[in-house]
Design a binder for this molecule. Structure first.
Ligand SMILES: NC(=O)c1ccc[n+]([C@@H]2O[C@H](COP(=O)([O-])OP(=O)(O)OC[C@H]3O[C@@H](n4cnc5c(N)ncnc54)[C@H](O)[C@@H]3O)[C@@H](O)[C@H]2O)c1
Length: 373
């Protein structure tokens, strides 16, 4: 497969997503072309296969830059202030400057934290990102949202900072564990439902089309998802209006994640799995015939791509989990008045920002999405 490039401009600066079978050569070519002080901090997730990391490291050595390698671990719990400060200290200890380069290689956790690091260190260093989970590949790698969790609140510290380059590697995609792979499909389904019928049509066809070995189809669905996301954020970076639609499913997802992390086990649900459940909840909050059709379609798509359609919880924790999900909804960052907001999708491609003002219906939805085991 040839290389695919998506270019988009934010604040008069061009950023690129480069999708290729082999990204290593592309990275060193780009490093050669930028103005830098010849220092690179390469931060990577320890769960990525050794072979892939060794290959990138050995290519980076060819650049002749001073290289600092730092292994970290994804998992939502690690997206915290302590780990961010450790990375900061590494930059200071090694006398990195504004002209140094930070390259991160990992899922949404590593990307969000390294994006924040790159934006804060000396008010901004050059930042390249290599996403390695499907969630990161189809969603978190672009849009510039960075952040860490603090005081139990997801992304409570963060800002906007765009990686100059994002490198999507087919080799990395082929190596993603199955659960991480399918988890990302929730964000693909989300983008289709809020703004791209072509994605939904494609996903409804044979599931095998999205098998990893089917590289042409996979490239199509990934690039189509990224282009849809760019459409939603390019003129609304700070999420005042149109970009909010990308939060479809997330009012509930974040709350469900907080509750399951607290009462079940950390990373009980992957982010994408929670987004899938969140989309079902947000459709259930709506009323009307169209909503029923959209609900059925969403459930069908989630099942087809191995994503949960209910939250299985032990009976003895039901009350606690329900009330934590309920309370979490009111902490959602989209809230501007008294009531929390969510995204309603009545029909494919038609999304709206809505307020939750029927708290009885909210309770019912939480009840309906959970299943006692
Ligand atoms: N910035 C954004 O726009 C945005 C969008 C969506 C999600 N997010 C954030 O992303 C995070 C979730 O991202 P995620 O689902 O990628 O989780 P993650 O980064 O925690 O990765 C999930 C697991 O997969 C492992 N892993 C990563 N790459 C791997 C690979 N190639 N092979 C084997 N294991 C690998 C990680 O170590 C981790 O255990 C959340 O914190 C969420 O808030 C941010």
């Amino acid at each position: 497969m040839s290389t695919n490039i998506i270019s988009y401009v934010i604040d008069n600066e061009e950023n690129k997503v480069i999708y290729s079978k082999n990204i290593d050569d592309k990275i060193i070519k780009d490093i050669d072309q930028i103005k830098s002080d010849k220092k690179i901090l390469f931060i990577y997730d320890k769960n990525i296969s050794n072979k892939i990391i060794l290959e990138i490291k050995s290519k980076l050595k060819i650049t002749g830059h001073i290289l600092i390698f730092k292994e970290v671990e994804g998992k939502k719990n690690n997206k915290n202030l302590n780990n961010l400060l450790k990375l900061f200290n590494l930059l200071i200890k090694n006398k990195f400057t504004k002209n140094s380069v930070i390259i991160s290689c990992g899922g949404g956790v590593v990307g969000d934290m390294c994006g924040l690091l790159s934006s804060l260190y000396l008010r901004g260093t050059t930042y390249f990102h290599i996403p390695t989970t499907m969630t990161a590949i189809v969603d978190s790698c672009i849009g510039g949202k960075t952040g860490i969790n603090y005081k139990g609140i997801i992304n409570s510290m963060g800002n906007y900072y765009h990686p100059k380059r994002v490198y999507i590697s087919e080799k990395i995609i082929n190596d993603i564990p199955s659960r991480e792979y399918y988890s990302g499909f929730a964000e693909i389904i989300k983008c289709g439902l809020i703004g791209n019928k072509k994605i939904i049509k494609f996903l409804l066809r044979d599931k095998n089309l999205c098998k990893r070995l089917n590289s042409k189809n996979l490239a199509y669905i990934i690039l189509e998802t990224l282009k849809t996301k760019i459409n939603f954020f390019k003129n609304d970076i700070k999420e005042r209006n149109k970009r909010l639609n990308l939060n479809f499913g997330h009012t509930f997802a974040h709350s469900i994640e907080m509750a399951t992390d607290k009462f079940l086990k950390k990373d009980f649900l992957r982010h994408g799995e929670a987004v899938g459940l969140g989309m079902l909840c947000e459709i259930m909050l709506q009323k009307g015939k169209n909503s029923e059709t959209t609900y059925k379609l969403t459930k069908q798509l989630l099942s087809k791509y191995n994503l949960p359609t209910s939250l299985e919880i032990p009976s003895n924790l039901k009350k606690k989990i329900h009330s934590t999900i309920y309370e979490g909804i009111f902490l959602d960052k989209k809230k501007i008045n008294k009531n929390p907001r969510y995204i309603s999708v009545k029909k494919v491609g038609k999304s709206n920002i809505m307020e939750i003002n029927d708290f009885g219906a909210l309770n019912d939805v939480i009840f309906k999405i959970t299943k006692e085991i």
